[in-house]
Design a protein around this ligand. Structure first.
Ligand code: C2E
Ligand code: CA
Ligand code: CA
Length: 551
C-alpha cells in the first residue's frame, strides 16, 4: 500500500513496484486505515509519505503502535532530503529518501523489509506459547544456550513451578478456567521476571521453568501464585509446588539444571506443610547414583552381576525344625560400586518399569536353581520369588511363569509367588483376577508384609492367598510392645480363619521362635536360621535336612 498525496511520487512508485507486486495507492491515511482495518492480512508493506498535511504521517505511526492488527505490517517512510533521522523513533522500519530516482534502491529496500518481517513473525510464532505469552520450552533452552557464554557474572537459580492436580481444575471447572489460571500465571511471571532478571517458559501443560538471579527465598513467589489460584478455583488440594536448584553449575546443560530442580519438586511429599524444595548435594549424589544404576542395569543382567540369594524357611511345629522352602532375594554385585542391597534399587526400578526385566531374570534363575538342586540332591526346595506390584500389569505374567516351569520341568508346587499386601490396594480387582487365574494353574500365592497394607477384613476372604507372611516389624517388636504381640496373634488367627499356613519373617532369636511356636505360627524365616546366602552356601541346609531323614 502506498500512502502518498503527491501525484508525481504516486506515479513513480506505481511504475517501480507494479511489475513485482499488487499495489494499492491512496492519497491520505484515513482511507488507508479503512482499507487496512477491512483486510489487514492483504498488505505486506506500507510505503508512507512523511510530509502529509496535518502531521498525518506521525498520527498514523502512533496509531500503528497501538493497534495490533497494524503491527505485523512493516512501514517504510518516504522522506524529503535530509530529514530521515526521526523516522525510526516514530516506529518506521525503514526509509526511502526523495528524489525517487533510483528504482533499484526502492525495490531492494521494499524486499529487504518484507523479508525481515516474515522471519520475525515466524520466530514469534515458535518462540512464544500462545496461552501464557511465555517462551516455548524449545526456544527457552535454545536461548539459554545462546546467552550462557555472555552470562558468567552473578549466581543463578533454576526453578520449576508445578501445579499439583491441575487436571482437577479442568475436570471440575472446565478447560476455560484452567486456561485462565495458566494465562494468569504467565502474566504474573512476566511481570515479576523483570525484577528477578529472569526468563521463563511454559515447559508442559501445567509446568513452568524460570531461570533467574539467585534468591534465598521463594516463599513469596509460592504464596503469590497460590493465592492467585485460590481466587479462581476453590479446590483445596491444588497447590503450587516449587523445586529449585540454587547456584546452577554453568558447565552443565541447561536441561540438566531443570532436571535437578524438577527432581527436587518431585520429592515434595503429599503433605501440605511444605511446597518448596531445594535440590541439595545429598539429593544430587542420590540422583547421580540412580542415573548410574539405571544405566548399568542392562550390563548387570548381561554379565550376571545380579545374584540371587536364598533364605531358608523352616517349619517349626514338629519337635525339630524342618527345611520347608526358601525365598529368592536379589543382590547386585556391582563391578565398581560393590554390594548393593535390593532396597537401594528395587523401588527405583519400580518407579521406571525396569523392575520387570530384573524380576524376569530372578524368576528364571530361581527356577533353574530349584532344578539343579533337584537333580543333584534328589530334593526339592520350593522357592518363592517376589512379584512386584508393577509386574501385575504385565498381560504375559501368567504365561511367563508357565513357560519358566515348563523349561525347567517343575510343577507349581515347587515354585511360589510372593506379593506384598500393599499391592492389593493399588488395583485390587486387577490383582485378584490375575492371581485367581494363576491359582487355577496350581500356583501358590504368599501374601508378603501382611499387616502393613491396610486390607480390609471383609476383603481378605475374597483374596486369592495360600500363605500369610507376617510383616517383620511386628515380629521385631513383639517382645517389647504388647500391641505388636497382639498383632502377631491376630494375624495368626486370621491365617487360621482363612485356613492357610502362616510364616513369620525377621525372626532373629530363640525366644522369638519359641513365642511364635506357642502362638501357633507354622513357618519361620529369619537370621535365627540364616541370612539370605548364595546358592553354593545354601547347599549345607539341604545336606543337613537330608541327614535328618536318614537318622
Ligand atoms: P521382603 O520380600 O520382605 O524380603 C525380606 C527381607 O528381610 C529381605 O531383605 C531379607 O534379607 C530381610 N530379612 C530376612 N530375615 C531377616 C532378619 O531376621 N532380620 C532382618 N533385619 N532382616 C531380615 P532384602 O533381601 O534386603 O530385600 C528387601 C526387599 O527387596 C524385599 O523385602 C523385597 O520387597 C525386595 N526384593 C528383594 N528381591 C527382590 C526381587 O527379586 N524382586 C522384587 N520385586 N523385589 C525384591
Ligand atoms: Ca518377599
Ligand atoms: Ca516381607
Amino acid at each position: 500500500m502506498v500512502i502518498e498525496d503527491d501525484p508525481n511520487c504516486q506515479e513513480i512508485l506505481q511504475n517501480v513496484l507494479e511489475e513485482s507486486y499488487n499495489i494499492t495507492v491512496v492519497g491520505n491515511t484515513q482511507e488507508a486505515l479503512l482499507l487496512l482495518m477491512d483486510a489487514p492480512t492483504t498488505y505486506s508493506l506500507i510505503l508512507l509519505e512523511l510530509e502529509l498535511p496535518d502531521d498525518a504521517c506521525i498520527e498514523f505511526l502512533k496509531q500503528r503502535s497501538a493497534q495490533s492488527f497494524l503491527q505485523n505490517i512493516p512501514v517504510i517512510v518516504i522522506t524529503g532530503e535530509g530529514d530521515d533521522n526521526g523516522c525510526y523513533k516514530l516506529g518506521a522500519d525503514e526509509f526511502i529518501r526523495k528524489p525517487l530516482n533510483s528504482p533499484d534502491v526502492i525495490l531492494a529496500r521494499c524486499e529487504h523489509t518484507m523479508a525481515l518481517y516474515e522471519s520475525k513473525n515466524l520466530v514469534q510464532q515458535t518462540e512464544k506459547d500462545k496461552l501464557t505469552g511465555l517462551y516455548t520450552i524449545d526456544y527457552f533452552f535454545e536461548y539459554l544456550k545462546q546467552i550462557m557464554p555472555l552470562d558468567m557474572g552473578s549466581d543463578r537459580d533454576a526453578i520449576v513451578i508445578d501445579i499439583e492436580h491441575f487436571r482437577l481444575i479442568n475436570e471440575i471447572y472446565g478447560r476455560g478456567v484452567g486456561d485462565q489460571i495458566l494465562s494468569q500465571i504467565g502474566n504474573y511471571l512476566q511481570q515479576t521476571l523483570a525484577t528477578l532478571n529472569a526468563i521463563a517458559c511454559r515447559a508442559g501443560a501445567d509446568v513452568f521453568y524460570v531461570y533467574c538471579i539467585h534468591q534465598e527465598n521463594y516463599g513469596d513467589l509460592q504464596e503469590a501464585l497460590q493465592s492467585m489460584l485460590a481466587k479462581v478455583a476453590k479446590v483445596n488440594n491444588i497447590r503450587i509446588r516449587i523445586g529449585v536448584w540454587q547456584y546452577v553449575e554453568r558447565n552443565l546443560d541447561p536441561e540438566s539444571w531443570f532436571d535437578r530442580a524438577k527432581n527436587a519438586c518431585d520429592r515434595i511429599g503429599g503433605n501440605f506443610t511444605n511446597s518448596i524444595a531445594f535440590y541439595n548435594s545429598g539429593l544430587h549424589s542420590k540422583h547421580l547414583r540412580e542415573e548410574r544404576l539405571i544405566r548399568d542395569i542392562y550390563d548387570a543382567i548381561e554379565h550376571k552381576d545380579l545374584k540371587v540369594y536364598y533364605q531358608p524357611k523352616y517349619a517349626i511345629q514338629g519337635d525339630k525344625p524342618h527345611l520347608r522352602s526358601a525365598e529368592a532375594l536379589i543382590r547386585w554385585i556391582h563391578p565398581s560400586l560393590g554390594f548393593i542391597n535390593p532396597g537401594d534399587f528395587i523401588p527405583l526400578f519400580e518407579s521406571n518399569g525396569l523392575i520387570q526385566m530384573v524380576d524376569n531374570y530372578v524368576w528364571n534363575e530361581a527356577a533353574a536353581q530349584i532344578r539343579r538342586w533337584k537333580d543333584e540332591f534328589d530334593f526339592t526346595v520350593p522357592v518363592s520369588v517376589n512379584v512386584s506390584r508393577i509386574d501385575i500389569y504385565d498381560p504375559e505374567l501368567e504365561n511367563k511363569f508357565c513357560n519358566i516351569l515348563e523349561q525347567n520341568k517343575l510343577t507349581p508346587n515347587e515354585y511360589m509367588i510372593e506379593i506384598t499386601e500393599s499391592a492389593y490396594s493399588d488395583n485390587a480387582q486387577g490383582l485378584i483376577d490375575v492371581l485367581n487365574s494363576m491359582r487355577s494353574k496350581g500356583f501358590h500365592i504368599e501374601m508378603d508384609d501382611f499387616g502393613t497394607g491396610y486390607s480390609s477384613l471383609g476383603m481378605l476372604t475374597e483374596l486369592p492367598i495360600d500363605i500369610l507372611k507376617i510383616d517383620m516389624s511386628f515380629v521385631r517388636n513383639m517382645e517389647k510392645h504388647e500391641k505388636n504381640k497382639r498383632m502377631v496373634e491376630l494375624i495368626i488367627d486370621i491365617a487360621k480363619f482363612l485356613k492357610v499356613p502362616c510364616v513369620a519373617e525377621g525372626v532373629e532369636t530363640e525366644s522369638q521362635l519359641q513365642t511364635l511356636k506357642r502362638m501357633g505360627c507354622d513357618v519361620i524365616q529369619g537370621y535365627y536360621f540364616s541370612k539370605p546366602v548364595p546358592p553354593e552356601e545354601f547347599v549345607k541346609f539341604i545336606e543337613k535336612e537330608k541327614s535328618l531323614w536318614t537318622k
